[in-house]
Design a protein around this ligand. Structure first.
Ligand code: BYC
Length: 326
């Protein structure tokens, strides 16, 4: 009886747009869905640093280098807010991170593609961050309070990322024939993987219906994908470039762009670990974890010293600070 009351109160909060907070009662499946989505999102930010970090040392100017470094640092920050938001649901960051390192947890398919030229930094900013914003702005209104609040800052930063990407491509699009070709080539390679980022079509998305009822998701995968295509189909004209889709055309009746068939086979293969860079990405994250072992050990030893120093406060033993001062 009590559980029914709690479930009704929970659903009432959802229906009346009251945020669910960490100590509130929630269905176990709601908690698990959020842990899955938020941790996957955090992992995506952390893995997403790799393809861009690849270009920090080769950015064409000091200004471009500084901007790219700031962007990659932002992604690390996003990962940290998101791991913290997921921790409020009762899972530790360590456990989530081990799920990433072991290959058990998913992260966004998009980061399993290589970054071959400088123009890829522009295409990632415009298309990948553009798709991310489309998906993440509605998450600022998601029903779980800590996730929604984390997303506000994430979206502000993603917005800057998207603009810097577009501007990078705009400069290339006004450059030499070689630069224009590089720009078009990057758009060609990043377009379809970006369209796939929104997830499987609605009729093959096992989680969408329940997540919409719980207002974790505010739009379906296909709704967001369509909005993204509509916007990009217009923006690409400013670049004087094209999207690699011969079936892309405005549909008066639907008031939307029609677009060609998506290669879902490629998407599922990437999710299974068979994308061009899956192995490289996980190897890089595992190496960083192993190489960072001494930092974790040093931090733990320092924390232990502090703890034992404090526990001896009031005894005749000097505290850690007193020892340092001596
Ligand atoms: N890649 O039932 P569905 C970023 C999985 S990074 C991999 O529709 P859901 C950024 C899905 O997890 C972008 N897996 O699921 C960072 C599910 O598998 P499980 C990351 C995908 O959760 C740095 C299965 O397919 N953004 O922003 O209702 C630089 C069935 O899917 C993908 C987020 O994570 C994919 N693309 O909807 C720049 C946003 N798509 O777990 C940018 C938050 C689907 O059942 N997440 N799958 O085994 C979401 O909004 C939702 O989780 C999704 C999927 C729309 C992605």
């Amino acid at each position: 009886m009590q559980a029914v009351d709690a479930a009704e109160r929970f659903q009432h909060k959802i229906d009346t747009e009251i945020k669910i907070e960490p100590k509130d009662w929630m269905p176990e499946k709601y908690r698990q869905t959020l842990i899955r989505q938020i941790s996957q999102h955090a992992h995506s930010e952390i893995v997403g640093m790799l393809p861009e970090a690849n270009w920090i040392s080769r950015a064409p100017t000091l200004k471009r280098k500084a901007i790219l470094m700031a962007k990659v640092q932002d992604e690390a920050g996003h990962g940290l807010y998101l791991y913290s938001a997921a921790e409020t649901l009762g899972i530790s960051r360590h456990e989530m991170y081990q799920q990433l390192l072991s290959g058990k947890a998913k992260y966004s398919s998009i980061f399993n593609y290589p970054t071959l030229t400088w123009a890829d930094m522009g295409a990632i900013g415009w298309l990948v961050d553009g798709a991310a914003i489309m998906n993440q702005v509605p998450l600022c209104r998601t029903s779980y309070g800590p996730y929604a609040r984390a997303m506000v800052r994430v979206c502000k930063e993603e917005s800057f990322h998207q603009r810097q990407g577009f501007e990078t491509l705009l400069v290339l699009s006004q450059g030499t024939a070689e630069q224009r070709a590089m720009c078009q080539d990057a758009i060609n390679r990043w377009w379809w993987p970006s369209v796939m980022m929104f997830g499987p079509p609605d009729d093959e998305s096992p989680n969408t219906q329940q997540s919409m009822q719980w207002k974790i998701k505010r739009f379906t995968n296909d709704e967001l994908r369509q909005k993204f295509v509509d916007i990009c189909a217009e923006q690409v004209k400013t670049l004087g470039m094209t999207l690699p889709d011969p079936d892309l055309r405005w549909n008066e009746e639907r008031n939307h762009y029609d677009f060609g068939a998506i290669n879902w086979n490629e998407f599922w293969e990437v999710l299974k670990g068979n994308g061009p860079c899956n192995k490289q990405r996980l190897d890089a994250r595992n190496k960083a974890w192993d190489d960072g072992a001494w930092v974790r050990e040093a931090a733990a030893a320092y924390a232990e010293k502090q703890r034992s120093g404090q526990s001896e406060m009031g005894s005749d033993m000097p505290t850690l600070n007193e020892q340092k001062a001596a």
